[in-house]
Design a protein around this ligand. Structure first.
Ligand code: NAD
Length: 509
């Protein structure tokens, strides 16, 4: 990234405090953002202090009264402008995502495209926040339901999708009439500032207060302020299951609402009738895309014994072609892990795989030498394991793909795929209609996402996104996920001169 490109996002290369043009506040401790691609300092950000947090929430409280008064389709117009500005900034923001987070430039662009897509979706949605009408059991009565804005929505996000997850929440919450307060990952603050500057400009152009969309920067501590804050009726939290359990408990203790998008342990079942070419491409993209740091990354391949060796050999061959290096260079398939702590987790996992009886087919190592100076580039690993190993039961956020053999019919594979604590994404590769339908049935996959003949990652925004069990149960993005951002009200209207009671209860005075 050069300074000219960064400046279009209103970032300068150092000390990004409260002087970036928009009025988010920061004068607390300094967070240095280094690129995992080349270990260079991109910028330093001052985090939000407790006092500044208070100021942000007060601004949000003021803004919420203004925003909810604006008709939903007019709110949609603001989101339309956001989508357009993102279109104009797609390449620059995509590059920043790639540089600060380390995913390939193509995936960085894809992330911004997802933001544009959800804005388009939300614009349409702004005219479709429908409630039902019901027939009353009482004569001369009418019943219907309406959805009203909740107020302030807190958004806590993870490092691996530093801009898209915010937009999934932001675009829906905004058309629903909520104002938003975002706490991004402390590992990718610059992406967040870029987004804030983009939306702040739109709010300013429309004479709207910036309190409609605020940013607070810091570590878990700032996330805890949001979780504890009774002024925030909904907390949307994306990240590890460990974080989700803490946020859920804190929000539940004040009877708030939480929307949790947590870890996955996603599998592809490969049946005897699978198209092997599609299987290999789907599995490799799913396992090494974003260097295995997607919540939907493919972690387990559950392969029928009759084709096991063939699939294994094809995968090993495919992995040998993977080019690792600077994610901004389009010839590379895989960039670095986010930081050295992530590299250590990867190395620890490799040790555990061996200790627990796994057979590593493609050894993992940290790459050194020219182009790899950051120390965050690792090689993708394939290991033969059994599903019950403790390490296989956990989500390791790295490019490690486990091969698991199954025998007998597809029910055995489904049982293995469901036998983990997480329940985010799943897939089956089959040309057998019965197997596909069983996998999608109530006796099939227990995940929030279940795909046939595509991999586990790369969801479209039109569907509701999220998962079961330790993935947290939340749903974001498309379908009717918007309902969680609103409060439902049932209205009964009596247009007669009588007052009959429900259930036929008699009460005479
Ligand atoms: P993380 O849990 O370390 O951090 C996520 C966010 O939570 C950060 O902003 C962090 O500061 C904040 N946080 C941490 N502890 C907190 C606490 N106790 N209270 C409040 N906030 C707290 O996760 P990460 O390493 O940034 O991201 C990787 C994880 O996110 C993986 O497990 C991945 O599967 C998951 N993820 C899930 C989805 C999904 O949609 N299901 C999407 C992206 C990432």
């Amino acid at each position: 990234m050069n300074l000219k490109e960064l400046s279009s996002l209103k970032l300068s290369e150092s000390n990004l405090g409260s002087s970036t043009g928009s009025n988010w506040f920061g004068s607390g401790s300094k967070i240095d953002s280094y690129s995992p691609t080349d270990d260079k300092l991109i910028g330093s950000v001052l985090s939000t202090t407790r006092e500044e947090y208070e100021k942000v929430i007060q601004e949000a409280e003021r803004a919420k009264a203004i925003w909810r008064d604006i008709p939903a389709p007019k709110r949609g117009e603001i989101v339309r402008q956001l989508g357009n500005k993102l279109r104009a900034e797609k390449e620059t923001l995509g590059k920043l995502v790639s540089y600060e987070m380390g995913k390939s430039y193509q995936e960085g662009l894809g992330e911004v495209q997802e933001m544009i897509d959800i804005c388009d979706f939300a614009v349409g949605l702004s005219r479709q926040l429908y409630g039902l009408t019901m027939h009353s059991e009482r004569p001369g009565h009418r019943m219907y339901e309406q959805y009203h804005p909740l107020g302030i929505v807190g958004i806590i996000t993870a490092f691996n999708f530093p801009v898209a997850v915010w937009s999934w929440n932001a675009a829906l919450a905004l058309v629903c009439g909520d104002v938003i307060v975002w706490k991004p990952s402390e590992k990718t603050p610059l992406c967040a500032i870029a987004c804030q500057n983009i939306i702040a400009e739109i709010l300013k152009e429309n004479n709207l207060p910036e309190g409609i969309s605020s940013l607070v920067i810091g570590d878990a501590e700032v996330g805890k302020w949001i979780a504890e804050d009774e002024r925030i009726p909904l907390v949307s939290a994306t990240g590890s299951t460990r974080m989700g359990k803490q946020v859920a408990a804190t929000v539940a203790a004040r009877l708030g609402r939480s929307l949790l998008e947590l870890g996955g342990n996603n599998a592809i079942i490969v049946t005897p009738s699978a198209d092997l070419k599609m299987t290999v491409i789907g599995a490799v993209f799913g396992a090494v895309g974003t260097a295995g740091q997607r919540c939907t990354s493919t972690r387990r391949l559950i392969i029928h014994e009759s084709i096991y060796d063939k699939v294994k050999e094809s995968l090993v061959e495919a992995y040998k072609q993977i080019k690792i290096g600077d994610p901004l260079d389009s010839k590379n398939h895989m960039g670095p892990l986010i930081d050295k702590a992530a590299v250590q987790m990867y190395l620890d996992a490799l040790k555990k795989i061996k200790e627990q009886g796994g057979n590593i087919l493609l050894e993992g190592k940290v790459l050194e030498g020219e182009g790899y100076e950051s120390g965050c580039y690792v090689t993708p690993v394939i290991a033969e394991v059994e599903n019950h190993y403790d390490i296989v039961q956990q989500e390791t956020f790295a490019p490690i793909l486990y091969l698991i053999k199954y025998s007998g019919d597809v029910n055995n594979a489904i049982a293995l795929q469901n036998d983990v604590k997480q329940g985010l994404s799943s897939a089956i590769m089959t040309t057998n209609l019965r197997e596909a339908e069983l996998f999608l049935s109530h006796n099939g996959s227990d995940c929030g996402i279940a795909n046939v003949n595509i991999g586990t990652s790369g969801a479209e925004i039109g569907g509701a996104f999220g998962g079961e069990k330790e993935t947290g149960g939340g749903r974001e993005s498309g379908s009717d996920a918007w309902k969680v951002y609103m409060r439902r009200q049932t209205n009964t209207i009596n247009y007669t001169t009588n007052l009959p009671l429900a259930q036929g209860i008699q009460f005479n005075l």
